[in-house]
Design a protein around this ligand. Structure first.
Ligand SMILES: Cc1cc2nc3c(=O)[nH]c(=O)nc-3n(C[C@H](O)[C@H](O)[C@H](O)COP(=O)(O)OP(=O)(O)OC[C@H]3O[C@@H](n4cnc5c(N)ncnc54)[C@H](O)[C@@H]3O)c2cc1C
Length: 357
């Protein structure tokens, strides 16, 4: 049995960064990741606010070595047929970025490994049950467990009776669920020169398009699960209804498509006896916010101090961490509702009726 101070389940941005930060503070850390970073990952647009966070985490050089694509701003057709443009030139933090998420996550994992984290890839963590004063997962044993498994989160039984009824199993509070139809677009010639992120609404949902560093682009159509399942979505019709998006995809062809569920939700219990949740496992946001990765890194950074205090026997900062995550989620929900409410043009359609109540 290998002994660790902390086991981190999930090697996305939140898990890799909290693991690396803890290792730099002298903790023995194991990071268990279900994949070998070989499956498509989504969430490829980073806001300018990520720049100071990457610098403070000592990740700036490794990030720049990925040659991320600079994003000069956003253009949105939302609530009005006239596009609204937001230029990052005046942003104090500098530009935003378009990244290859697979390479970004793998870079964070490598940085964690070079800080001393024992990385176990292709290792899916099942339900976790606390035994005695710690956690056992496969051949690893630790005093503390971090759930960084993303929106699907871990099943955690922290009262040690093995009945699967620990506090960590109480469900999530869900604000909304969307279906994302994600298309990867290749261009036979040059792709459009506009490198901004674009958002555009239709009667059934909204489009998001962004260029990627390898010359391809990502286009996602977000709609309601009921609309998707009961009425069906003809992607060509949705594209015709979104002229700006259609222009940006001209000359491109779809080389991959996937359908994903995307929830806005917050875990009801964010910490317990010897564990806490970070990143999307703690709270997940609508991709409209563009802040999922930023939030994951922020959680990882604040959780590091909370966990090191816990390992010293001081658990007093756990409730403060949870309050902060919850407060940020509530503020995000408030802003999200306000933003959806600014789209009045499709008020007779169920997608918008459900989101502008
Ligand atoms: C369609 C879509 C578009 C998005 N667009 C953006 C965007 O443009 N910008 C942005 O900032 N955010 C975006 N997001 C959100 C962003 O992707 C997430 O907020 C971010 O990835 C959260 O990081 P995380 O580390 O908490 O979770 P994840 O990135 O989900 O990482 C979780 C990790 O845990 C692993 N894992 C899962 N279960 C287990 C298990 N049982 N055992 C071991 N490992 C496990 C997974 O393989 C994964 O590596 C988008 C999300 C979606 C779904």
């Amino acid at each position: 049995m290998e002994e660790f101070d902390v086991l981190v389940a999930g090697g996305g941005p939140a898990g890799a960064v909290v693991a690396g930060c803890l290792a730099r503070q002298g903790c023995r850390v194991a990071l268990l990741e279900a994949t070998a970073y070989d499956v498509p990952r989504y969430g490829e647009t980073l806001p300018p606010e990520i720049n100071p966070v990457l610098r403070s985490l000592g990740l700036w050089e490794a990030f720049q070595a990925l040659f991320p694509l600079e994003s000069s701003g956003m253009i949105s057709v939302w609530g009005d047929p006239l596009p609204v443009e937001v230029d990052f030139v005046r942003n104090v933090h500098g530009p935003g970025w378009h990244i290859d998420r697979g390479r970004f996550d793998a870079m964070l994992m490598k940085e964690a490994a070079s800080a001393g984290v024992h990385v176990y890839s292709s290792r899916r963590v099942g339900a976790c049950c606390r035994e005695g004063d710690g956690w056992t997962v496969g051949e690893c044993r630790s005093r503390f467990l971090v759930d960084a498994c993303g929106r699907n989160r871990l099943r955690i039984d922290d009262d040690g009776d093995g009945d699967g009824e620990g506090d960590g199993n109480i469900d999530r509070e869900t604000e909304d669920v969307l279906v994302a139809i994600a298309l990867t677009i290749s261009y036979s010639g040059h792709r459009p020169r506009d490198l901004r992120t674009c958002i555009e609404t239709t009667s059934c949902g909204w489009w998001y398009t962004a260029p990627l560093p390898d010359g391809t682009a990502i286009a996602m159509f977000f709609t309601d699960p009921a609309v998707y399942c009961q009425e069906g979505i003809a992607i060509h019709d949705q594209l015709q209804a979104a002229p700006l998006t259609a222009r940006r995809l001209e000359g491109g062809h779809i080389h991959d498509s996937r359908v994903l569920n995307v929830s806005s939700s917050c875990r009801t219990t964010l910490f317990g006896n010897g564990w806490l949740a970070v990143g999307d496992s703690a709270s997940s946001y609508d991709p409209l916010s563009g802040r999922g990765v930023f939030k994951a890194l922020r959680h990882a950074s604040s959780a590091t101090d909370v966990i090191t205090a816990c390992l010293r026997g001081d658990t007093s900062s756990m409730p403060m961490y949870a309050t902060q995550v919850r407060r940020e989620f509530d503020e995000y929900v408030r802003q999200r509702r306000l933003y959806y409410a600014t789209e009045h043009r499709w008020s007779e359609y169920s997608f918008w009726q459900a989101r502008t109540k």
